[in-house]
Design a protein. Structure first.
Length: 131
């Protein structure tokens, strides 16, 4: 019974990794590619690590390492994708022509490399209510 469960986790993990690879190849621009690969890749890797943990269930060190890898994937994947996407946007990687909303347009100063806050959110400490 455990072998069937392990096989299901392995197949599901490989399936999500395959979807991540397809997303990398098929999506039109960098942010959408990052979204597809980060979500499906982290889920696929997590499912594979669950299968590894179940296979070596008696060995505590293997199960602990598999759990640590899952936590690492969940914590670092979105942060890395955000930083890569932001860097790509700021260096001028072209966006897909079907992009409807660009919330950063006009807010990034290439000369000083600063990102301005949206109107209404740029209050300083002096502007805060006292009390």
């Amino acid at each position: 019974m455990v072998e069937i469960l392990i096989s299901l986790f392995l197949l599901a993990g490989v399936g999500f990794m395959f979807v991540a690879a397809l997303g990398l190849l098929r999506m039109p621009d960098l942010p959408i590619r990052l979204h597809a690969t980060t979500k499906a890749g982290a889920l696929g890797g997590g499912l594979l690590m669950i299968a590894v943990g179940l296979e070596f269930f008696g060995d505590v060190t293997v199960a602990a390492k598999a759990a640590a890898i899952i936590v690492f994937l969940v914590l670092t994947g979105p942060v890395a994708a955000h930083l890569i996407g932001r860097a790509g946007y700021f260096i001028g990687v072209p966006m897909w022509s079907g992009t409807i909303k660009d919330e950063l347009k006009g807010r990034y100063d290439h000369k000083t490399q600063t990102l301005m806050s949206p109107p209404g959110l740029s209050k300083t400490r002096d502007d805060q209510p006292k009390g």
